[in-house]
Design a binder for this molecule. Structure first.
Ligand code: NDP
Length: 310
C-alpha cells in the first residue's frame, strides 16, 4: 500500500478526492489517500498546494517526493525543510486554460475590441485592424505554458518571438535567450506576454529599462507572476503612453489591495488570478503517473531544478 497525503486547502479535497482515487486505480496503484496520517513518517508521497496544513516537511522522513499541484513553485524552492524531489505541475487542462486566456487577451488588443465595447454611438470611421501576420507578440518564458501559447498565436499567424533561459528551436517562433536576446525581443514586441516563473533572476525583469525598449503604445499581458513587474515603472509607462494597456492577472500581493493604483487606472485590466488553473481530472493522471514512476525507480516527471529556482 502506498500512503499519499493530500495537503492543500480543505476545499480542494472535494475536487481532487475522487479524481485522484480513480487515476490511482486506472494506473494500477494501491493507494491509501488521506488528508492526515497519524504517523507522518509513513507517508510515501505528498500531493501538495500552498496554504494547506503542511509547511514543515521534516516529519515526513519516509517521503519519496512532493508532487505540487501548481505550476509555480516559488513558495517551495526556498523551503529549507524540503530535501526530497519536488515535481511541479504540467497539466493539459492548465495549459489549455492558459492558451485560451492568452489568445483571448492578445486578440482583444490586436483587434482593438475595447473601442467598440465602450463607444456607443461610435464614430463611423472604418479603421480595419491589421492582420495578425503584421502584429508582433513577444512571449517571455517558453516553457510548458509559454511554448503552447506561442504555437497557438503562431497558428493564428501572429509574428511570435519568444525568450527563454536556454536557447530553443521551435518551428514558426523566433526564439531568443540571454540579455541581448531579451532586448531584441522587447524592441519589437507590440504585445508582450509574461509567462516566466518568479525567481531571483526574473524578479522585476519588466522594469523601467525594459519598458522603455518596447515599441511606443505596446500592450502587456501578465498571467505569469506579479513580481515579474516593477509596478511603479509600469504605472509611469502607462501614464506617459509608452504602454497603452496592461492586462494583469497576478500581483505582488493577492488579492490586490483595494488602494493599489492599478484599480483606478483606466488602462489596466485586472483579472483575479484566473488565467488558468490545474484541472483535477487531468492533473490526477499526471500525479498517478509520477507515483508509478517513483515506485518503479524511474525519474519523476517535471522535477524542479532548485538551483535554477523553477
Ligand atoms: P516552465 O518551467 O515550463 O517554463 C518556464 C520558462 O521560463 C522556461 O522557458 C524557462 O527557460 C524560462 N525562464 C526561467 N527563468 C528564466 C530566466 N532567468 N531567463 C530566461 N528565461 C527563463 O513553467 P510553465 O510554463 O509551466 O509556467 C510558467 C509560469 O506561469 C509559472 O511559473 C507560474 O508563475 C505561471 N502560472 C500562472 C497561472 C495563472 O493562473 N496566472 C497558472 C499557472 C502558471 P528554459 O526553457 O530555458 O528552462
Amino acid at each position: 500500500m502506498i500512503n499519499v497525503l493530500f495537503s492543500a486547502k480543505p476545499e480542494r479535497w472535494f475536487f481532487y478526492k475522487d479524481a485522484l482515487k480513480s487515476s490511482f486505480q486506472k494506473a494500477g496503484l494501491e493507494v491509501d489517500l488521506r488528508c492526515e496520517f497519524e504517523d507522518p513518517a509513513s507517508v510515501d508521497y505528498l500531493v501538495f498546494a500552498p496554504n494547506g496544513p503542511v509547511s514543515d516537511f521534516t516529519p515526513f522522513t519516509g517521503a519519496k517526493a512532493v508532487l505540487n499541484l501548481w505550476a509555480g513553485v516559488e513558495n517551495l524552492t526556498g523551503n529549507p525543510t524540503l530535501n526530497i524531489p519536488l515535481a511541479r505541475m504540467v497539466d493539459t487542462g492548465l495549459t489549455e486554460g492558459m492558451r485560451e486566456y492568452v489568445c483571448g487577451h492578445v486578440l482583444r488588443h490586436h483587434l482593438g475590441m475595447d473601442t467598440y465595447i465602450q463607444a456607443k454611438p461610435l464614430d463611423w470611421r472604418q479603421s480595419v485592424p491589421p492582420l495578425a501576420r503584421n502584429r508582433t507578440v513577444g512571449i517571455l518564458g517558453l516553457g510548458a505554458l509559454g511554448q503552447d501559447c506561442a504555437r497557438s498565436l503562431a497558428a493564428l499567424n501572429f509574428n511570435v518571438l519568444g525568450w527563454s533561459r536556454r536557447p530553443k528551436d521551435i518551428d514558426g517562433i523566433t526564439s531568443f535567450s540571454g540579455s541581448a536576446g531579451l532586448k531584441a525581443l522587447l524592441s519589437e514586441a507590440e504585445i508582450l506576454v509574461l509567462l516566466l516563473p518568479h525567481t531571483p533572476q526574473t524578479e522585476k525583469i519588466v522594469n523601467a529599462e525594459a519598458l522603455a525598449l518596447l515599441p511606443k503604445g505596446a500592450v502587456i499581458i501578465n498571467p505569469g507572476r506579479g513580481a515579474l513587474i516593477d509596478d511603479n515603472a509600469l504605472l509611469s509607462a502607462l501614464s506617459n503612453g509608452q504602454v497603452a494597456h496592461a492586462t494583469l492577472d497576478v500581483f505582488w500581493v493577492e488579492p490586490l489591495p483595494s488602494d493599489h493604483p492599478y484599480w483606478a487606472h483606466p488602462n489596466v485590466t485586472i483579472t483575479p488570478h484566473i488565467a488558468s488553473e490545474t484541472r483535477a481530472d487531468t492533473a490526477s493522471e499526471i500525479i498517478a503517473d509520477n507515483i508509478k514512476r517513483g515506485e518503479a525507480g524511474q525519474e519523476f516527471l517535471f522535477l524542479v531544478d532548485r538551483t535554477a529556482g523553477y
